[in-house]
Design a protein. Sequence first.
Length: 364
Amino acid sequence: MNFLLQQQRNLPVTGFGEFDPRITAIMVGVVVLVIMAGVINSILSGGGSSRQRAYSKRAFMRQARRIGLTRQQAGTLLQHARSHGVAAPMRLLQDGPLLDRTIRESLYDIDENVRNEQDREQRKADLFHIRNLIAIYSQSIKGVRSTKSLRITQEMRLTTDGRTWHDTRVSAQSADRFGVEAPYDDYNREVRPGRGAKVRVRFHSDSGNLYSFTTTVLGYGIARRLPTLFLSHSDRITHVQQRKYPRREFDQPCYFYSVSVVTSGRGRRARRQAVVNHSDRRFGRFEDLSAGGAAIRSQRPLPAKSLLKIEFETVDGSSLSVFGKVRSLEKPSYRSGLMHIMFAGVSRKHLNAIQSYVYGYVDD
């Protein structure tokens, strides 16, 4: 028996059962390394994810405060981001379309789930305030640096004496000059400053910022089949002011009424009250609209500094009414005038409806 066992131990093992100690050691080492890597990764991912989330939240809050949001506003925006599955909330502070999509969804949720009207409109107003602050910050870091970046049809106003301003728009662009449609005065006469004359120009960018620059007249010609005034390019463009509220074209009819301020009582009991003159109804048409005001053209405009009440419908058929003051009046002809109006009294509900339109949150 011992002899047989001894012979069996001495037999060579070949083929499938062949044994190599070096290969076995390598395989065992590889398996151990894979297991250790998996364990370490699991530990790091489990403990690190919360740290990363905390760091991302801190970074979000820090950037939100830099933009101008309060801690409460930043927290509100972060809450809406999580509710609507925004994986990277930081993008809301940088990506306008994503922000608008998130706010649009949030407004829908508020309409569906908040029954108290006062609470509902306040929540909407809070979202619009956040949107306005982010828009203002975005506009401030995207300035116009040179007239070479002005697009064709960019509207602007120019003056040669600093007092009389003429409306025009860009009609040509080239490497060494740009052209604007030849402006006309109130008597429909073409304004032709001499070659070499200094011209002051103002324009609003698409984001609503007001810019100003001085340039030189180079000559006259034809561009886009229109008489054109050619001006030298300028890299010295000054950011004059920034619109507090974005505006949007609004081609809708309206009725407006003059408003009188009547004082009743005497002495300490005197009270001033606004009275709408319903017998003085006038027709107009909006050219643009914002949360802060509007431009309305009418054949019977009110003079500057007049108070008025405006009644109109939004694109979805909702009836709105606002009070305002005519800040200035442009009269390009004796037959019509363009009133620039600052809103003075708007209900929160109607203001939310206006901002929903301006930001494109309602269908046209």
